[in-house]
Design a protein. Structure first.
Length: 391
């Protein structure tokens, strides 16, 4: 694909992904918060489970939740579903444009596993499909009736998937796929479980029949899963910008900590919205803080052995061998028409100017070169780091 066309597709799909994703997350968070804010109040209409008074934008809102359908439903009844569907569609389109089309650069790391681009793509697609069926089967199993047991199993499933991905793909490809896998769980929950169950419940109520209570319970369970998984997914999807996460030798442990931190923060917010006594859920923030401290310690900059003095010529030779293919005024790498982020590394002056970025991307982590296509060695990284330290 032409680089110019690929860049514009990337921009447009990324923009669309953000727009619909914000809409999905916003409505999800709002309705969970609304459900938790419902209270029994005097003078409620028949069939109303609870009501909430809200204020926003200078106006007041009175919202009621019915346990049975009113006698007449308006024709403009709003169904919240397309935000979720389009978030997944645009996200998958981004995966195709950015990772599948450039699998050799973004998905494959020869030091992790030797793969052909077609093999990397097939594994990706099959893992997303298999992951959904494993998740769905777990929820439908007897374990699905035990909230704590199910949560533990789902946690282990995601961590296990993270471990597998880090042994198949490049660092950024691995964490991106953890996010894609969990995002698939969330989107298919809406498409395949929550909305169909809501439609069955609505049809029963309008027909004057009692709906199956299991339908509502299952839909609410999957909705809560989506609610608690949102914060970890958001970080996974932007992780490719942070090599301290993606290129850590034990990135799956960071996924574990991200899941814990995200779940704890989300639980704190949910219990606060429900009006629970603070001391009953205040423990969640210290747990999240401990997870953050552990992540910071785990990602502390690594040190290299003493390689002695490294001159300008040696540093420039390393850069020209491993960096200049992309980071040049006229890149020789077919994946780029211009240097990524406008960073040039063709001269000693360029290296000095961008030394902090080089340190992060190529010395403290193995994020660059992409997929280590040029075979940069640990000795070369140490030498480049020693040269930067001497500047």
């Amino acid at each position: 694909m032409d680089v110019f066309v690929a860049d514009w597709l990337n921009i447009l799909f990324r923009w669309a992904h953000l727009v619909v994703g914000i809409g999905w997350i916003g409505t999800s968070f709002y309705f969970v918060a609304l459900d938790l804010a419902l209270r029994k109040r005097d003078g409620m209409n028949e069939g109303v489970y609870g009501a909430a008074w809200l204020v926003h934008g200078g106006g007041f809102y009175h919202v009621e939740k019915y346990t049975i359908a009113p006698d007449n439903l308006p024709p403009d009844l709003k169904w919240y579903q397309w935000e979720a569907y389009l978030t997944w569609v645009t996200g998958f389109a981004l995966l195709v444009v950015q990772y599948y089309w450039n699998a050799g650069a973004y998905l494959i790391d020869e030091s992790v596993l030797h793969l052909r681009p077609s093999e990397a793509v097939v594994i990706s697609v099959l893992s997303l499909i298999a992951g959904w069926f494993a998740y769905d089967g777990l929820c439908k199993s007897p374990l699905g009736r035990n909230t704590v047991a199910l949560a533990v199993c789902l946690f282990c499933m995601v961590v296990g998937a993270a471990w597998l991905y880090t042994h198949i793909y490049s660092g950024r490809g691995a964490l991106l796929h953890v996010g894609a896998l969990v995002g698939t769980f969330m989107a298919v929950n809406v498409f395949g479980v929550i909305v169909p169950n809501q439609k069955k419940i609505t049809a029963s109520l309008l027909a004057g029949a009692a709906p199956d209570p299991k339908l509502g319970a299952i839909a609410k369970q999957r909705s809560l899963h989506n609610n608690y998984l949102t914060l970890p997914v958001l970080l996974m999807m932007v992780s490719n910008h942070y090599p301290i996460l993606t290129n850590h030798p034990h990135a799956w442990l960071l996924v574990t900590l991200i899941l814990v931190m995200g779940a704890m923060v989300r639980h704190f917010i949910n219990r606060h919205d429900a009006g629970a006594v603070l001391k009953s859920f205040a423990w969640t923030l210290p747990v999240a803080a401990l997870g953050l401290v552990a992540a910071i310690i785990l990602t502390a900059p690594r040190t290299h052995g003493d390689v002695g003095d490294v001159g300008d010529g040696q540093a420039l030779r390393i850069a020209r061998t491993h960096c200049v293919g992309c980071h040049a005024r006229n890149p020789s790498n077919d994946s780029f028409d211009e240097a990524p982020k406008g960073v040039f590394l063709e001269t000693v002056a360029d290296l000095r100017r961008y030394a902090p970025l080089v340190r992060v991307q190529a010395v403290q982590t193995n994020a660059m070169p992409l997929g280590n296509e040029s075979g940069m060695t640990e000795t070369e990284r140490a030498e480049l780091g020693a040269w930067i330290d001497a500047q």
